[in-house]
Design a protein. Structure first.
Length: 525
């Protein structure tokens, strides 16, 4: 049997959900049965501990974990017991399983055709419990992934969901929706969501997941278009001429060797946009302003090439951003061409074809060599149609942060942007009149040589958000220590100048500490 996409039968989906609920096939239920270390191993795509745990249990939950998460065959009898309302026939009708005759025992067993797992997230309205369907991943199935593979919940999709700044809005766009993870999140705070993809299979999975979770998302299963619309097409083409308050995208940004005569069927559609180098990400960034409403924003993930000739990776990317854009780019990692090739060859399990692996590995390296690429960056981007009249007050920032950060990071990014907007609207007199507080997560470190009278190094560290560390001068450390919301910026600087007997130029450093979240305006307005 060749699996295409699951079939969203409205008569069968309620029975499937009822069986999942009855078996406690939820994030919490799976974690409890597998135990903390076994669940952590499963999330690392290591099945050993989970297999052992499910072998020791006769529960319906163990059967569902073994079947849907571990992709192991299960007897019809056990699956019928685990899904008493839907049954094996119903599971097959949804396109999620097939029965296979066993010649050696003259029996039959069921084999899963798609990954179907519990998913949950917390937002301002409370916890949302969902189930998400996608193609079986590389660690669940033999051979190389199919070229039209539809990716499930993974590190990249979770990173984007956790980074997205969420607030009530009218229209949102999920560009390159895959199985619909971002759309599921967007529906919690957007009145209407448009989801696009170049893959018909991806849209099929998204539709299944929307109907499966319609009740949890407050959707009318008989009138999905009232709140969400699915469109087929490449990048911004399906929404040309329209505007959105928010665009999110986990696009097919992987840099893959190109061939003059290659067909689209040779590309992995979930990751490969079919353009040379990093042209897909650069063209998307340059095109996004055309679909952003006034003050609308976009958040996406991407890869970018860093040539040997570039003075810095930031210099390489600056031409991508229009003059009327606010932008903030955070590079999370930087790989050599060899590391990059190995990462993506492993991602598609191309190592299971040794001869092909060696050939494509060589093509990757030659492709990067042809453009004199020293390394490849990966990170997240935030863009906004500028709300500022002058270029000097726009947010334009590129930085590398490769250490662990707080998740979800979206609220911290939103707070930083709000502080930037406050600073941009504030005059020098406004800043001097402001009263500041040290953020609750900030601590101070002082280092000095044994016997020294004064510290040689003073550091501020954040325990939350982007978890930055910044170096302070003695004068700036004195300023920060006085920020308890009692005195204004101008008063504290005047007191320090009187104490030291000289003028201080601290205001630009103070502005940076505010922007980075070390200092918080007591009542910004």
């Amino acid at each position: 049997m060749t699996f295409d996409v699951p079939r969203a039968d409205p008569l069968l989906l309620p029975a499937l959900l009822a069986d999942f609920e009855a078996a406690n096939y939820t994030i919490d239920g799976v974690a409890e049965l597998l135990g903390e270390s076994g669940y952590a191993a499963l999330n690392r795509e290591q099945f050993g501990a989970a297999l052992l745990s499910t072998e020791r249990s006769e529960s319906a939950l163990a059967t569902l974990i073994r079947f849907f998460l571990l992709a192991r065959p299960v007897s019809i009898e056990k699956l019928e017991a685990a899904l008493p309302r839907l049954g094996v026939v119903g599971l097959g009708s949804l396109g999620l399983a097939e029965t296979v005759e066993l010649a050696e025992t003259a029996g039959t067993e069921c084999r899963v055709l798609a990954d179907l797992r519990p998913y949950a997230f917390q937002d301002e309205q409370g916890e949302v419990r969902l189930w998400v369907c996608s193609d079986l991943a590389a660690h669940q199935s033999p051979g190389v992934l199919r070229r039209d593979h539809v990716l499930g919940i993974g590190g990249a999709s979770l990173s984007l969901a956790q980074a997205t700044i969420r607030k009530p809005m009218r229209r949102a766009l999920d560009l390159g929706c895959g199985c619909g993870i971002q759309t599921l999140h967007l529906l919690r705070h957007a009145e209407h969501v448009t989801a696009t993809d170049i893959s018909e299979r991806a849209l099929g999975f998204t539709r299944f997941n929307l109907l499966l979770n319609a009740a949890a998302l407050g959707l009318d299963a008989e009138n999905l278009n009232a709140r969400v619309e699915l469109r087929l097409g490449s990048l911004l083409q399906p929404v040309a001429g329209e505007e959105f308050d928010l665009v999110v995208s986990n696009p097919p940004f992987v840099i893959t060797p190109r061939h003059p005569d290659e067909a689209a069927s040779e590309q992995f559609t979930y990751r490969d946009g079919g353009l040379p180098g990093d042209e897909l990400v650069s063209s998307l960034i340059q095109g996004l302003p055309r679909v952003l409403a006034e003050a609308g924003s976009a958040q996406l993930l991407g890869n970018w090439e860093i040539p040997r000739s570039a003075a810095s990776w930031q210099q390489r990317l600056e031409p991508w951003f229009a003059d009327d854009l606010d932008y903030w780019l955070i590079q999370r990692e930087q790989l050599s061409p060899e590391q990059y090739a190995e990462t993506w060859l492993q991602d598609a399990s191309q190592g299971r074809e040794p001869e092909g692996y060696a050939s494509v590995y060589r093509e990757y390296l030659l492709d990067f060599e042809a453009r004199q690429i020293a390394s490849i960056g990966f990170g997240m981007l935030w863009l906004r149609r500028s709300v500022s009249a002058g270029s000097s007050s726009r947010l334009r920032r590129m930085e590398g942060i490769d250490h662990p950060i707080e998740q979800p990071i979206g609220p911290a990014l939103a707070a930083s942007i709000e502080r930037h907007d406050w600073l941009s609207a504030s005059t020098a007199e406004d800043l001097d009149a402001a009263k500041l507080l040290v953020a609750e997560d900030v601590t101070e470190e002082r280092h000095q040589r044994p016997g020294a009278e004064h510290p040689g190094v003073i550091l501020l560290r954040q325990g939350a958000g982007l978890r930055r560390t910044t170096l302070l001068s003695t004068e700036l450390a004195g300023f920060v220590s006085a920020c308890d919301g009692t005195l204004s910026v101008g008063q504290i600087i005047a007191a320090l100048e009187a104490l030291l007997g000289r003028g201080l130029e601290l205001r630009e450093e103070i502005r940076q500490l505010i922007l980075d979240g070390f200092l918080i305006p007591d009542q910004p307005s």
